[in-house]
Design a protein around this ligand. Structure first.
Ligand code: PMT
Length: 406
């Protein structure tokens, strides 16, 4: 599974460093070329010789210990890595990473690498829960660092709680899954599939000059439509009000109201393999649309609103073979509301975004999402471009559609 992959394994100074030996050995057994970098504190817990023997590669810990004059070791490591994995990661290294410090071989390599980074924290339960550590981990996640949550149990310090480094077998499984997903993001993944994407905000008319709409720019749905096409699908994009024109070369249909969108989706529904509802659809519309401009009268005015059709819910009810993906735009209780929508609207996946979070939601080029299925969290995607989120989401969906499981 990991053959041909170069993994830089960063080992930092906690008691869980002893597990790095098993981790290193298992990665090597899976075919990875593992290069270990240890911090000086890590060497208090485990020897360089152990990790050198298991990885069959020289172990580095001192930035200035340059053994080959023709290269700069930390740059060579940074460039060669397909993945940098820090396990165990102490609160100290997490803080250094969050603040961009580079005072040893590991942290200089981390600043220099363009490879994806995974971090498996290990520390005392109170350290793990400390606001500073939490804040640093959040910063890293927002930069795209993948966190491998520690487990709960008896810690070496005697406390029971969260902070125990995830077991080496589970870390290897996370690493394998990561490379597997990457491999699956192939151009032909949705070849032959018919995909319908909705995007943008609906417009609910009050009169010929006024309407109710929302902040959706259409970017999220456009990114999904583009990614689906790149993966080989035949895509039909149904969009409401958007900030820009739909991507060139995509079969796009403009609609206004929730009802228009419903009718447009229905025309393609029975024929489609996958429907992704990224549109922000109005939940209510004016009970009456005036045929001429409403004139100003009293100091107040009451507008009666009635419920629109819930398109996603209707699709969920009549679903046969279609793979249905909903979105949930929330400002609070994100997980609870998203899971409720997943079940109520009978979706296969729901993509939750907290639209108040920095870099997430309406109008921005990036988003921060959690993807859920009926069993719970499938993937937490830190802040990343809507294009990247679209690719990852479709990769997950395609694997499930094609029966490749969870
Ligand atoms: O367009 P951008 O500026 O890029 O912003 C992206 C986004 C924030 C709009 C997008 O990421 C997003 O969250 N889209 C869903 C917005 C929304 O309407 O969420 P909701 O939680 O209100 O609705 C839940 C789901 O039901 C959505 O899939 C929605 O399309 C669908 N729905 C809602 C109401 C309705 N009457 N019919 C529906 O089909």
């Amino acid at each position: 599974m990991l053959s041909g992959k170069t993994i830089v394994l960063g080992v930092t100074g906690g008691i869980a460093a002893y597990k790095a030996a098993t981790l290193c050995s298992k990665l090597v057994q899976k075919g990875a070329n593992v290069h270990v970098i240890m911090t000086s504190s890590a060497k208090q817990f485990i020897t360089e010789l152990t990790l050198q023997s298991l990885s069959k590669n020289a172990v580095f810990s001192d930035t200035f210990d340059e053994r080959d004059p023709s290269v700069v070791s930390h740059i060579r490591m940074a460039d060669a890595a397909d993945l940098v994995l820090i396990a165990p990661a102490t609160a100290n290294v997490i803080a250094k990473m969050a603040h961009g410090l580079a005072d040893d071989m590991l942290t200089t390599t981390l600043l220099a690498t363009m490879a994806p980074v995974m971090v498996a924290p290990a520390m005392n339960v109170h350290m793990y829960g400390h606001p500073a550590v939490m804040e640093n981990m959040k910063t890293l996640e927002q930069r795209g660092v993948m966190m491998i949550e520690p487990g709960e149990g008896l810690l070496a310090c005697g406390y029971v709680g969260k902070g125990r480094m995830e077991e080496p077998e589970s870390i290897v499984a996370v690493v394998e899954r990561y490379f597997d997903e990457e491999k699956k993001a192939e151009p032909g993944l949705l070849h032959g599939k018919k995909v319908v994407v909705t995007s943008g905000g609906t417009i609910e008319r009050i009169d010929p000059v006024r309407y109710i709409t929302n902040d959706s720019s259409g970017k999220m749905g456009f990114a999904i439509a583009k990614a689906a096409r790149e993966m080989g699908a035949s895509v039909h994009l149904i969009h409401g009000h958007t900030d820009t024109a739909p991507p060139a070369g995509i079969d796009a249909e403009a609609v206004q109201s929730a009802d228009d969108m419903y009718q447009a989706v229905l025309k393609h529904w029975h024929d489609s393999d996958m429907v992704i509802k990224a549109a922000a659809v109005a939940d209510y519309r004016p009970a009456e649309t005036a045929s001429s401009k409403i004139k100003k009268m009293g100091d107040t005015m009451t507008l009666e609103l009635i419920k629109t059709v819930d398109i996603l819910e209707q699709l969920g009810k009549s679903k046969t073979n279609q793979f249905l993906i909903g979105f949930a735009a929330e400002t609070h209780n994100v997980e609870v509301y998203a899971k409720d929508k997943l079940v109520r609207k009978n979706c296969d996946l729901i993509v939750a975004n907290d639209v108040t979070a920095e870099g997430a939601g309406f109008r921005s080029d990036t988003n921060v999402v959690q993807v859920y299925d009926a069993d719970g969290l499938v993937e937490q995607m830190p802040v990343m471009s809507k294009d990247e989120i679209a690719r990852r989401l479709l990769t997950i969906a395609a694997a499930r559609m094609n029966g490749a499981g969870n």
